[in-house]
Design a protein around this ligand. Structure first.
Ligand SMILES: [Zn+2]
Length: 137
C-alpha cells in the first residue's frame, strides 16, 4: 500500500503561536466525527485499535477559527500495576480534510499512526504540550 501519511497540508492557525503550550490554549475545535476505539473489518472482526495503551480512542476535529482538520488520538496508560501513576497522552495530527482523517483511521492503528505520521502534529504527555514545529520565540 502506498504511504498515505499526510505531508504539506496548510497549517492550522494554532501553529502561528510562539510555542505548543500557548497554541493549545487558543485551540477551539468542534468534533466532526467520533471514530471510537476499534476499527473493524467488513466481516465485523477487529482490524485494529485506535489507541496505544490501556484505553483510548479517536475522532476527527475541526478548528473553529480556520477550519483546519485534525485526527485526534488519545490514550491512557494504567501505571497502577507497575507502581506508577497513570499517564495520559493526546495527539492532534493535522490532515487535509475529513476524508484524509477517515483514511488514516482505517489504515493505521494507534501505534503505527504515532510512529509514521509525517505531517504537523501537537501532542501532550501528562499535560506538557509539544509540537514538531520549531518554536518561534
Ligand atoms: Zn486553526
Amino acid at each position: 500500500m502506498k504511504n498515505q501519511i499526510v505531508e504539506n497540508v496548510k497549517p492550522c492557525c494554532i501553529f502561528s503561536y510562539a510555542d505548543a503550550p500557548t497554541a493549545i490554549k487558543h485551540f477551539e475545535y468542534e468534533v466532526l466525527e467520533n471514530f471510537g476505539k476499534i476499527v473493524r473489518n467488513e466481516d465485523g472482526t477487529i482490524k485494529h485499535y485506535t489507541y496505544i495503551w490501556d484505553r483510548g480512542g479517536r475522532s476527527a476535529v475541526r478548528c473553529k477559527k480556520c477550519g483546519a482538520v485534525f485526527l485526534y488520538q488519545w490514550t491512557e496508560f494504567d501505571g497502577y500495576y507497575l507502581g506508577k501513576s497513570d499517564e495520559y497522552y493526546e495527539s492532534y495530527f493535522l490532515v487535509k480534510d475529513l476524508d484524509e482523517a477517515i483514511l488514516l483511521n482505517n489504515n493505521y492503528n494507534g501505534f503505527k499512526l504515532e510512529m509514521e505520521f509525517k505531517g504537523l502534529k501537537i501532542w501532550t504527555i501528562d499535560d506538557v504540550w509539544h509540537w514538531n514545529k520549531e518554536d518561534t520565540k
